[in-house]
Design a protein. Sequence first.
Length: 445
Amino acid sequence: MEEPFDQVQNIQRLRYEAFSKFATAINHCNDFNAVGILLAGQIKFIIDTFLFRVYFKFDQTHLTFTISRGSCSLHFGSDDRIVPFDQDALIRQLPLFFGRQDIEQHSLLSKTLFYNSKINSLIVLPVKNIGYDISLTNAVPSDNAMAKSDLKFLKLISDLLGNKLYQLSLVEKVANKNLQLEQKNIEINDLNLTLEDRVNLRTSELKQANLELQSLFYSATHDFRTPVTNILGLVNLGELCTEDQDILLLFDGCRQAVSNLDKTLRKLNSMSFYENHYNDFEEFRISDVIKDVSHTLDNKNVSIIISGQCDGVILSHKRMLSSIFENLVENSMVFCRQNPEIKINILSQNGDYIIHYSDNGIGISDAITNKIFNMFYRGSELSRGSGLGLFVVKKLLRHLGGNITLEKGTDCGTIFHLILPFYQSSQGKYTSLNRASILESLKKS
C-alpha cells in the first residue's frame, strides 16, 4: 500500500514543480501569444488534460485560449461558440462538474469542442474579479473523481493567469490610448501647419464677398433712386398742371410717400458709400458740421443750441459725421410735440470728443431701449421713417472708432452720449481711450 501512496506524492511534487516553473515563466510573457505558447507547453505537466480552455473578459474585450495536443488557439471576440457557456458559468460563480451524460444534455455544449466522444468529464472554474472575469474549463477522458483532484491546481492557475492577462490588457489599453494621442497630435500638428493658410484664404474670400455685396448694395440703392427722383419730378410737374385741390392733395400725399422712400434709399446708399470711401479724412470743426445740418432743415422752427468746446478741431470723415447729426436731428424733429429744441454740448476727454445730445421730445420707453439701434426698428406709432436712423448713426460712429449710448429716454426728452475719437492737430496721432469707463463716469456725474 505504501508504493501507490509514494507514487501519488511523487506525482503531486512533480506537479508543484511544474507549476513553479510555469509561474516563473509567465512573468516573462510580454503578450497574449507568449502566454498561449506557455500554456500549450506547460499545462499538461500541471494537470491531467485532454482539452483545456481559458475565457478572459476585460472591459469590452473577450479573449479565449484553447489548448489541445500541445498547441494553442488564441481567439479575440465574443463570437466563439462556447462563450455563452463561459458567461453562464460566470453568473453562477461556483465550480461546476459535468459527466458524459451532463455534457450530452447541456444545450450550450452541443456541437462544440467539448462534445467529443473521448471526453467523459468537465470541470469548470469561473472567477469574477474587480476589473476582469476569467473561467477555466478542463476536459479529461477520465471520470469526475479524477477531474476534481485537479481543482486546487486550477485555482492556482486561475489566479496566476488572471493577474497576468489583466496586466497585459492594461498595458495594451495604455498603449492604444498613447497611439490615439499620438495620432491626434499628428492631426493637430498637420492642422496647425495649414490653419494659418486656410484662415487667410477664408478671410480673403470673405473680404471679396463683402466687397461684391457692398458694390451690389450701392449700385442697387443708387439705381432705385433714379425712378424715385423721376416720380418726384412728375409730381411737381403735375401740381403745375392743375388747381384742383383734391388732386393737389393726392399729389402731396404721393410726394410725402415717395420722399420717405427716397430718404430710406439715401440712408442705405450712404452706408455703402462710406464703406468704399472710409479714408476720406479731413480737419474740421464739429460745430461747423452741426450748423451746416441746421441750415438744410425744412422745419425752420428747430432750435439747435451748441455749447462747450465748439471750436475744437477734429480730423475725421466729415460726410459721415454730417450724416450722423442729420439722422439724430431728424429723429428729434419727428418725436417732438412742440417746436423742437436740441442741445448739443461738446467736451474733450482723453483723446476723444464727448458729445451730449438732448432734445425735448416724447422720450424713449425703457421697454425698447435695447432695440432702438436695431435695423428697421420703429418704436413708436409716431414714427414716419424706415427705422434706419439710429441704426445708421451707430454704424457710422463705429466706423469712426466711436460709439453712442442712450442715457435717458423719459417724458423729459431723450439724451444720447456720443464718443468720437480725434487726431490732435499738434501731435498728428490718434489717442486711444477706455470708452466704457468714460461712459460710466458720465452717468455718475
